[in-house]
Design a protein around this ligand. Structure first.
Ligand code: BTN
Length: 339
């Protein structure tokens, strides 16, 4: 980072800490040890990059809006984390943020390093599916995590992330975001976001986990391709207005870290409890698909166990433990439509 980048980042940091209030040129100069002309030069440089900064005589400067880009310059001023996203790799286009995060982690990237992209050309979904990733509309984020724990605990991280993201969106927007086993976030039955965790084990321990999140933010109904148009949604569709992606990305990283730290300190119990409280899957009839060549079954989802497996009660009373599979929510009505 050049000295000029560093100065504009500091100016931006102070303006964003002021939460939309004016900060005088003298205060900025004094706090940053920069000459007033240099402060002015940095303000102009930020404006040229797309920041809207009002100026008013002696009152000084006020940050009105930030450009809709997910670069560290936009996200860092809003970050409250100690590790997550502190080292942020931004790409305008990439095949998959999970793919790059895996490469960086295998080359020794630290816990908390994250990759964020404006556009993915080969976004990965679960079970070999594609994650639709149009440019500059959504959040595509992958975080490298290095918990010193047995590899068999890695799947719990999907639930940590689900709870963190759902809670953060519920708090920020008062939106009824709930969770579908194992990795979907839904609003009124429509898919808003998905999580893809990939483990690299070192013997029977976790070497690292790449935790990928795809969140539909500013897509409009017409932007969804036909194959998911009736099953997907975005925050913009649900809230009726576009959202500030950098702010949102910082909030998601913060919530993720709060729940990650809690998981490390207290174990899976609180995560499991919260996941069950926010679940759209429990206490409803479900159809379980176990794979192309394996016979699935129907039942009622009753909970998740201490490792995150789905507990499903069959009509004959037998309780099944589903470790991996696909869940279809069945409507408890006469017709057999599903979501
Ligand atoms: C799913 O619901 O199938 C999981 C989708 C996960 C998508 C995200 S987007 C960011 C990260 N990079 C990827 O290639 N996939 C994940």
């Amino acid at each position: 980072m050049s000295t000029s980048d560093a100065s504009s980042e500091l100016v931006l940091g102070l303006l964003s800490d002021a939460l939309g209030e004016f900060l005088s040129g003298e205060v900025l100069s004094a706090k940053l040890g920069l000459a007033p002309t240099e402060v002015y030069r940095q303000i102009e440089s930020l404006r040229a990059q797309g920041y809207r900064i009002d100026s008013r005589g002696r009152a000084g400067y006020r940050l009105v809006s930030v450009p809709d880009r997910l670069t560290p310059l936009e996200i860092e001023p809003f970050l409250t984390t100690h590790d997550l996203g502190r080292e942020l790799h931004h790409r305008a286009v990439i095949d998959s943020t999970n793919a790059l995060a895996n490469i960086l982690a295998s080359e020794g990237a630290f816990h908390g390093e994250a990759v964020v992209a404006e556009h993915q050309s080969e976004g990965r979904g679960r079970r070999g599916r594609t994650w639709i990733s149009p440019p500059e509309q959504n959040i595509y984020l992958s975080v490298i995590l290095r918990p010193d724990l047995p590899a068999l605990r890695a799947p719990e991280l999907t639930f940590v992330a689900g709870v963190a993201i759902a809670e953060s969106l519920r708090t920020a927007f008062n939106l009824p975001v709930d969770l579908k086993w194992p990795n979907d976030l839904l609003v009124n039955g429509l898919k808003l976001a998905g999580i893809l965790t990939e483990l690299s084990a070192s013997g029977d321990r976790i070497g690292y986990v790449v935790l990928g999140l795809g969140l539909n933010v500013n897509m409009e109904a017409a932007d969804f391709p036909a194959e998911i148009a009736s099953t997907a949604t975005s925050l913009r569709i649900e809230l009726g207005q576009p959202l500030d992606r950098p702010l949102l990305c910082a909030a998601l990283l913060s919530s993720l870290e709060v729940w990650y730290d809690r998981w490390l300190e207290e174990g899976f119990g609180p995560v499991r409890e919260m996941w069950q409280a926010l679940s759209a899957t429990l206490q409803r009839p479900v159809r379980i698909h176990l794979g192309d060549d394996v016979q699935g079954f129907d039942g009622v989802a009753e909970g998740i166990d201490e490792r995150g497996s789905l507990l499903v009660r069959r009509a004959n009373g037998v309780l099944e433990r589903v470790v991996a599979g696909e869940v279809v929510h069945l409507r408890p009505l006469k017709h057999s439509s599903s979501e």
